[in-house]
Design a protein around this ligand. Structure first.
Ligand code: NAD
Length: 279
């Protein structure tokens, strides 16, 4: 078999790059961290759950991956900004930052009246906004500050299919923040394009993770989510690794300001449940 030309092989080469992932101790963030580290990047895992973070760091290091970690709440904005700066200083460079940490706003109207407009609780609303929206803004700001002088960077924000289209399985604050980050991505992309920094969002469909206490791992809940997915199932976090490497590497140099669904076809349209006429 012929070898790919060098230029093609180097597109996905992130060896020696500095990467940082927020919400990296579990689920999609862990898959992103693994993808970048397995491809040779030096990855900082940032998470609020110190115990799980320590266990994950040790496990990844035992596989020979270059990993460091920092326990921070992304809603502690000063600490977040300081941690991102420190990651850049310690590793010596910061090439790719994944603003991924996020929390559920409780189940939506597909499951319970507690998810209805009349029942939106403002205390919970504000916490979800701090983590899912302002935390992303501050992550992007701190990342851009490190990337600008080197005129290279990749910022990837985890939105959701719920940020693109109405999704009755999730709560109002979740929908609002996941739509909000898409605006941040577009705005930052046009500001940072001339500095060699690409800013994009991903819109995952349902993945088997620990969000909302791991509800989606229950077969009956997974079935509700899978019913909207043409591929017919929820996804495993490892299925995010290819898109992670594309968006986190030089390969995506002309992709910026956009949202890439990774959703088994959910945003493409209605699921074809059955044909109305015989074949
Ligand atoms: P998860 O709960 O498995 O992982 C989230 C991680 O983020 C956890 O390790 C948690 O400790 C950390 N975290 C939570 N709040 C934090 C905070 N304030 N500061 C720092 N770390 C914090 O969930 P997940 O599904 O992997 O979620 C990751 C992202 O993917 C979220 O933004 C979520 O909204 C988004 N998403 C998930 C799905 C899905 O189906 N799982 C779909 C679309 C979007």
């Amino acid at each position: 078999m012929s070898q790919p030309p060098d230029g093609v092989a180097s597109l996905l080469d992130v060896s020696g790059h500095g990467a940082l992932v927020t919400g990296a101790a579990s689920g999609l963030g862990l898959a992103m961290a693994e993808a970048m580290a397995e491809a040779g990047a030096i990855v900082t895992l940032l998470d609020v759950d110190g115990e799980t973070l320590a266990r994950v760091e040790e496990e990844l290091r035992s596989r020979g991956l270059e990993i460091r970690s920092v326990c921070v709440d992304v809603a502690d904005f000063d600490a977040l900004e300081a941690a991102i700066h420190e990651a850049a200083v310690e590793v010596g460079r910061l090439d790719a930052v994944f603003a991924n940490a996020g929390i559920s706003a409780g189940p939506g109207i597909a499951f319970t009246d507690a998810g209805a407009l009349a029942n939106v609780d403002l205390e919970s609303w504000n916490r979800v906004l701090d983590v899912n929206l302002t935390g992303v803004l501050v992550t992007m700001r701190a990342a851009a500050a490190e990337m600008r002088p080197r005129r290279y960077g990749r910022i990837v924000v985890t939105s959701s299919v719920a940020g693109v289209s109405a999704e009755p399985t999730v709560g109002y604050a979740y929908t609002a923040t996941k739509a909000g980050v898409l605006g941040l991505v577009r705005h930052a992309a046009i500001e940072l394009a001339s500095s060699g920094i690409c800013v994009n969002a991903i819109a995952p469909g349902p993945f088997r993770t620990n969000i909302a206490g791991g509800r989606i791992r229950q077969p009956e809940i997974a079935a509700v989510f899978a019913a909207n997915v043409p591929v017919g199932r929820i996804a495993e976090p490892s299925e995010l690794k290819g898109l992670t490497l594309f968006l986190g590497s030089p390969a995506s140099s002309y992709v910026t300001g956009t949202t890439i669904p990774i959703d088994g076809g959910e945003l493409a349209g209605h699921v074809l449940r059955e044909r109305t006429e015989s074949r």
